[in-house]
Design a protein around this ligand. Structure first.
Ligand code: GLY
Length: 667
């Protein structure tokens, strides 16, 4: 039996799970950053698996099961809070009516009842004249979500759950595959088991595929002059719902906007809600406005929640409930408590496991040098007419060339390829995959922030590359300060772990306050590097080509230095040659030339200088034929390395004839 459970997230899911765990004997602490910001407050409280038209099985089963638990659950809550009013949560199995404006082709659905125009108007007078009929879902209903969450919190606290409000969790510390504590703004919390219920904010802590989906809402009041409630059931229209409460409020929702955590109600959002609501139920146009608000649903890409075990045995996940957090609270609490307290996995649970977002694809990667000079994988390079050099060329082995090379070693890990690439700026995932493959790289850098926000080109990265073959180099792109970079580095480590790279402690450190030139901040970089090294990271800092800074970073324990050739994405080539030469001359750690390389000739040039490796992204991704350019960069890196090992001829001031001048035939 697990004794102490620490729950991260104080919304309805965290509280419902916490209470259930407490009732089964656990000591529970709930950490909440801002109770009022939870999506649970913003919701309308519909219990609507049918009206929401959830067709995905087993999601539909999960939702129906939860709806069926509601009566007992809310009664139990009333009992726990010592309330005489058994309905202090506003639970109301009022059914949901879904009027439509177009006659559907098939009206024989089993769980819904089709009502023709006359019937629906008798059942609910006052509907808009465009309504031609509608569906009646008798088993759906509603709960007053704000009342519910208050009751839940009271019940939780009266049962002895410690609820800590105003606590921001900054990181989840892990060691040897287990969570060992949670770092917060007020100190470290430890427990036997941890439950992550942080809703739309969850991927600030773990790289889970959850992002905010904003919903704007408003409420009206039934005018005092009306004695009877004009609406006694939820109206679920097209893109609009109207939820009448017994306390005379009428909730109207909701927009569904993919705008990140952008706050505020907008005129256009509210206008569209009011227009649709008035079309559906015209008399609302004269009702007094009561309140406007917004919230952030935690949305996964398949719109299903993430429930159950995580990559650590003492960390459980319950998040990503998207439009159905209120509905799914009781069943989530039951399944999660079964899992944590009794190690019982409900047959529904595996369908909601987080790993569905990180299944590895069969993409294979070719390595540029592995004792052979190059692996000429040209399948995805431009089709070449007839036979070309690429078709017929069989590269010699390094050993045949009388060259001794050792692998690239970074923080004790050995790599045969000396070219690293990235995943940004590609026109398609397929192009990125082909380019990574043709580049022969073994290290791919990934912007943690862009993965978190599912920025274009960063969706599904978990599946897009074969992370059992490619070493992930999480980077802190987008961080302007040392503090931000440290936080994002910690997330990056979790991201790599989730993708199966348990021992990956690499981070490409970027601290870039200036958006125009994208030049790194040397002081912030050094500060962040010192801290991250202390935390056990292998730090690969991106820096200006400053030999003194490179030295200092080496002294604080960085694994490499990554001086820029020219500004990021500029393709200008080697503009910092003299300084890079000094850095290479003095460094005892690998020097990776990063940023600014625009063409294979420049890649080769950097390698000829003696750079240990290169990182090239834009020059590949923005080439007209990116997969072909990736291959060219692969060859150029290898060529530059071999040239460096071969010892170039000295530069002479004057011409020196290629043919001997003695023994020539004269006259
Ligand atoms: N549950 C309805 C919504 O999320 O808008």
């Amino acid at each position: 039996m697990t004794n102490d459970v620490l729950i991260i997230g104080g919304g309805i899911i965290g509280l419902a799970c916490g209470l259930e765990l407490k009732l089964r004997g656990a000591n529970v602490t709930v950490l909440s950053r801002d109770f009022t910001a939870a999506a649970s407050h913003a919701a309308a409280g519909m219990l609507a698996p049918e009206a929401e038209n959830i067709t995905h099985e087993p999601m539909l089963s999960l939702c129906r099961r939860s709806r069926n638990l509601y009566l007992n659950w809310t009664e139990k809550l009333a009992e726990l809070t010592g309330e005489k009013d058994v309905n202090n949560t506003g639970y109301w199995p009022c059914g949901i009516l879904a009027p439509v404006y177009q006659q559907p082709q098939n009206t024989g659905d089993r769980k819904a009842h089709w009502l023709n125009k006359d019937t629906i108007n008798q059942y609910q007078p006052g509907l808009g004249q465009d309504v031609v009929g509608g569906w009646w879902y008798p088993e759906d209903g509603q709960v007053d979500n704000r009342a519910l969450i208050k009751v839940l919190r009271t019940a939780a606290e009266s049962e002895g759950i410690i609820f800590q409000e105003g606590v921001t969790v900054e990181a989840i510390s892990q060691q040897q595959g287990k969570v060992i504590g949670v770092q917060t703004n007020i100190g470290l919390f430890r427990a036997d088991h941890y439950l992550l219920t942080a809703g739309a904010w969850v991927n600030q802590l773990l790289p889970l595929a959850v992002r905010p989906r904003k919903g704007q809402m408003l409420s009206l009041r039934v005018p005092d002059c009306l004695n009877e409630l004009p609406l006694t059931r939820v109206l679920f229209g097209e893109g609009i719902y109207i939820v009448p409460r017994r306390n005379r409020s009428i909730i109207i929702g909701a927009t569904n906007e993919d705008v990140g955590f952008t706050a505020y109600n907008t005129p256009v959002g509210i206008q569209s809600l009011l227009q649709s609501a008035i079309r559906l139920y015209p008399q609302l146009e004269n009702y007094p406005l009561q309140e406007l608000w917004w919230g952030f649903r935690p949305a996964t890409s398949d719109e299903l929640p993430i429930l159950g075990a995580s990559h650590c045995p003492n960390l459980t996940l319950a998040t990503g409930h998207y439009r159905n957090g209120i509905l799914l609270a009781p069943v989530t609490a039951t399944l999660i408590a079964d899992l944590i307290c009794e190690q019982k996995t409900d047959p529904l649970l595996p369908n909601f496991h987080y790993s569905r977002f990180s299944a590895v694809s069969s993409t294979t990667t070719s390595m540029a040098i592995n004792s052979t000079v190059t692996n000429t994988n040209i399948n995805s390079v431009n089709k070449l007419e007839n036979k070309s050099f690429c078709d017929i060329y069989t590269p010699p082995r390094l050993s045949d060339l009388n060259i001794q090379d050792s692998p690239l070693i970074i923080a004790g890990k050995s790599f045969s390829s000396r070219l690293m690439t990235g995943t940004g700026k590609y026109r398609s995932i397929r192009e990125m995959q082909q380019s990574v493959e043709n580049s022969g790289c073994q290290i791919v850098t990934v912007a943690v922030r862009r993965v978190q926000t599912n920025a274009p080109g960063h969706e599904g990265l978990g599946e897009a590359l074969d992370w059992s073959k490619i070493w992930m180099l999480p980077n802190t792109a987008g961080c302007q300060t040392a503090e931000e970079a440290i936080r994002v580095a910690r997330l990056g480590r979790e991201m790599a772990k989730l993708l199966g790279q348990e021992d990956n402690n690499f981070v490409k450190l970027e601290v870039i306050p200036d958006p125009k030139y994208l030049l790194p901040d040397p002081i912030g970089t050094l500060q962040a590097a010192e801290q991250l090294v202390k935390e056990g990271f292998a730090v690969l800092p991106y820096i200006n080509a400053d030999p003194m800074l490179a030295k200092r970073l080496e002294e604080v324990g960085c694994a490499t230095v990554m001086p820029l050739a020219a500004p990021i994405g500029s393709g200008q080539g080697l503009k910092t040659t003299a300084n890079i030469r000094i850095i290479i001359e003095n460094a005892k750690i690998p020097v990776v030339v990063d940023a600014g390389i625009g063409a294979p000739s420049q890649a080769a040039e950097a390698m000829e200088l003696g750079a240990d490796a290169l990182l090239i992204n834009s020059a590949i991704a923005l080439a007209e034929n990116a997969p072909a350019m990736a291959y060219a960069m692969n060859l150029a890196t290898v060529a530059g390395r071999i040239a460096y090992l071969s010892g170039r001829m000295p530069i002479k001031e004057y011409a020196s004839a290629s043919s001997p001048v003695t023994g020539t035939i004269t006259g």
